[in-house]
Design a protein around this ligand. Sequence first.
Ligand SMILES: Cc1cc2nc3c(=O)[nH]c(=O)nc-3n(C[C@H](O)[C@H](O)[C@H](O)COP(=O)(O)OP(=O)(O)OC[C@H]3O[C@@H](n4cnc5c(N)ncnc54)[C@H](O)[C@@H]3O)c2cc1C
Length: 1187
Amino acid sequence: MATLNSLKLALRQKAEVTTGNGKKSPLSEAQYSAGFDILARGSSATYRDFIIPHLFHVLAPLFNSRLRISVLEIGPGPKSILGELPLSQRRKISRYTALEPNGLYATRLEEWLQCSTQVGSEGLEELSNSPLPCLENQPGVHRSLFVLDSLQPGVEGGKKYDVILFCHSMYGMKPKRKFIENALEMLADEKRPGGMVVIFHRDSAALRHLDGMVCYQTALFPACSVRVANEDTVLDCFAPFVAGFNFSPSQGREVKLEWWRNVCRTLGRLDENGGHYLLFNAPQRMVTFTRQSATMLLELTAQLMLPLPAEAEIRVKNREARLNRQAAHIIRPTEVEHVQQCVRWALKYNLSLTVLGGGHSGHCLMPNVVSLDMSAFAQVRILVTGGAEAEVDSPLIIAGAGCKTGDIVSKALASGLEVPLGSRPSVGAGLWLQGGIGHLVRLHGLACDSIVGVVMVSVASGKLLYVGNVPSQHRPADAVRPDSEKEEIDLLWAIKGAGTNFGIVISVVFRAYKAQSYWVRNWVVPLPNDFEATRRLCGISEIATQLPQSRTADMYLFWKDGKLRLGVTMFESSTATPFETPTPIPTALLAFLGLEHSGRCVDGVGLFETDMYMTGMMHDGHGGGKTSSFKRCLFLKHVGADVVEILVKAMHARPSPLCYFHLLQGGKAVDDAVAREAGAFGCRNWDFACVITGVWPRDDQGDNEAAQAAAKWVYDVVSDLLPLSCGVYGADLGPDSRDAALAAMAFGPTTGNRLRLARLKRNWDPCSVLVYACPLLKVPKEPKLILLVTGESGAGKDYCAAIWASVFVSNGLVTRAVSISDALKREYAAAMAGVDLNRLLQDRAYKEQHRLALTAFFQAQVQGRPRLPEEQFLSLVYDAAADDVDVLFITGMRDVAPVATFYHLVPDSRLLEVCVKASQETRRGRRRNAADDDKDYKDKGSFKVSADMDYCPDLIFDNDKDNDDDGMAVRRFAETSLLPFVHSDLECLADMVRPVPDFPRPGILFRHVLDIAQHPGGLALCTSLLQKHFPSDWAQVSVLVCCEAGGFVFASALGIAVSIPLALIRKVAGASKGKIPPATISVVKGPSHISGCSSSLKEHPDVERIEMDMDVVPKGVLSVVVIDDVLATGETLCAILRLLVGEAGISAENVTVMVVAEFPIHRGRELLRRLGFGKVSVQSLLVFGGA
Ligand SMILES: Cc1cc2nc3c(=O)[nH]c(=O)nc-3n(C[C@H](O)[C@H](O)[C@H](O)COP(=O)(O)OP(=O)(O)OC[C@H]3O[C@@H](n4cnc5c(N)ncnc54)[C@H](O)[C@@H]3O)c2cc1C
């Protein structure tokens, strides 16, 4: 499929040939718009899959950190792409200016924006319909070009913007660097995260080579295509638009347009659904810059003072990376300190880095991104004894991150050792960090399985770390272990399989094995038809799986001399050197293969030359000439007829002669149980790794159609094979959206593995320094709402949970109701002979019979695994998160005060306990229906509601009535008491809380809750929400208690709304006198989370007091409501409660606390309960995760 760039060139050439110079006419506005509309319509997938999601993600940190955003958009066309952003982002845009030189578009853009200004000051529900609903002034649409001047024509002089967006409109702007610099000058300020210039443009060398500019982020969408109706009228609009001019009407225009149509039809690929459309490839690039983009690189190079590596010294095998070679900023650190400086620099400017190891992947170099070429760290050291303090009872190899497979294998061999690495000598660290599959896998496992220690620079901090077993003489002097043992275990686990994502590895310590020699035998047989192909591949794979560990049979499917052929290489290892006698080939195998073509003995280094594609039997090292290749690798448990059918069909459809399949045999040591636990490499249960390789003649040009065709072929085969595969090799998967489905299968079948990686990525690379590595799952959003449905046996918990879940489902939310005891029941059934799991799960009477035994079993389990309740709870939450569940109901909890106990584990969700109550009689009746032998039943070991319970569930539902109203009461409860927790008004309120990174000290993401009051309409919204979320009757409330300063703000507004007086609590610092005249009551207060961070208070942390007028809350009042801005550690709240309960004599049951924002991570509720305030009802409007 031709690219739009080649179409443009071809159209221009045709025009040149046919008309010469001087007979072209520029496009009119109408012609331009007609062509552009066709392009935009034909690129809908590009907008959907690339532009809109990337725009959202790249802007998110900026939008999250500001209350208002100003945008200048260059050439938006008839409507702005900003209209596609979610409402939460659009609502932040308070100023919008556009430069749109096309008058027709400018008018349409103004019309499109109109609706926003009409409803701009109205209620929030109406606002959500308008594209930019919160503009504070009329949007400015200027009919002019973006010019190289700080003053843009028509735009108010000197105006600065937070975002400057070029979304398909840098055409004609040359040189691009100057225009980008000009835009950077117009960015508002340098506050972090700073404003940014965002560009979406067809990928071109001009956009990549920006002469020293460093980008904040870049992404390529290579598979993007434009779909154009294959009709004369459409092509007559499209071709002039692509060429950039039209023919003059007088010059036989009709005929010339006909020529252009033919050019389009010759170069475009007909779509597969009837050929109604022509397809053109149009790779899109996103690139974003921040204010310092033009100078950041200078700062780094001045610090490092390293010579720039000469072009010829940069060894990059991968074609995509080679194309980026000149556009990337390559630094070659020679000392660890240089690597640390680069990381600190990246962290300072919030930038990403790439790492160049052996250069075989497409993302070791990115345009306008700094890459660290690790080739200077190329030492291989051998410790034959494992070292004095070695925890590993085997020889060790310490390999620098710049080593290639060949370096390590030959050095090891010289010491009589071997280590399982890949099959090509030029491959680098990316291989062993991401898995490492080679001919030794059945003997020793994957390369990453042999890693026992690592030295690395943390991209979270720039610290130099050593992890696992690194002999002391190979630890750099200033290297330290991670802060805790758990961190270290997690990090080593993650590095073994996903190691390109967590830090910049300096060196790796491998466990080594005694070197063996190998007998290698080859066969090549023609496959005359599909039947033969199926018979042989299936038969051989079957026999291969029976081979002992010392023998491996790889298969190749390739085309040679006009025939499809099957190649088989069998490796046999022996510790005897030289190899004595190879074992005879099983006769069943000989029946498929006949006599072997060749057989020879090699050592570990010699193995490199035995790969069939390197030999004359196959492609002689890719045809003997210079080629490039593109690979993806899937794991197959079984090579059956269905697999063979796909492979053979794909061989027939191969786009170039040298494409081939390699089925590398696994099993045995690959599936080692210890290794499985020890590393993140998740796909082990496979018999063959199917490497799909597209090959084409080497080139170094961007628009190579052979390269695109080969990559497309590989992805097509992958998508056909994926349903039959049991996993995907993560190596080389990158940001290309075609890799997304593969990356989702890359780390094993269990979501637990992927989620663990996602969480570790968040902790170890919080600023996404290594954003271009193999994509890991993003930490999935935990359910918005988790409801723990508790209550005594027979109260109807499961019944209620099911009805409540259905109410959420009918409101469009993904909802799940699960029982936490199901996992326990499974374990119990497995451990106890004769227990029927299905009955235990479904038959209530049967479950009652086992209740006591189950409880005893649970208690015994907890003795051995004290964190079992947490683990079970989290596993339900993670499963729900992986399935994008919004609302999760959990029944079967056994824990007292589960919200106080578990909230800190799910700080991003709202966790509520809903207690279902029913009288003893009702419950007994319900249980009797379920179990006849109820008489001796004792509610031992399970949840129990009682008057002396020392805490207060968030909500109580009285389910005493018989369920003869068809669940209406239960349903009503969900509508009135549960649904409000997912109302969009709460999201609106949350959007008004600005996150401020590193305040008041580094590492704290401060949420500016008081910003709500500074936001137009914020206080009114907050007040109405506090009013609605109060679980009791405002008429019964005598006083609103509030503490300065946040509490004053919110309580004052609420006090007016509900006509209730305030009781004001003042804070008194140090030993000073007090702020309220006597008589007062007061208590000492411990430091709160934020005040504890401030240095002045740290000096006197324990002397702060709070005080209030003595009689402002009269004894014996019915109900008191405490209003505060934040609940974090709970120190302030506890002090207030001590004042009210201890000093003013109010009963804890009569106090309700309402806070605007809660930070569960600080376990405030747990403190409250510990200090005896568990019975105080606590409600919060917003919940925020993080510190
Ligand atoms: C011709 C060819 C043969 C191959 N043969 C095999 C094989 O036999 N077995 C096999 O398992 N795979 C094989 N592969 C796949 C190979 O493992 C991947 O391409 C791997 O990513 C290559 O690593 P590299 O260091 O050579 O490449 P690079 O592109 O330099 O690096 C790959 C990734 O690793 C990251 N990285 C590199 N060094 C570091 C470091 N020090 N710290 C952190 N991250 C780092 C890079 O940033 C990049 O994301 C082959 C690939 C090709 C093209």
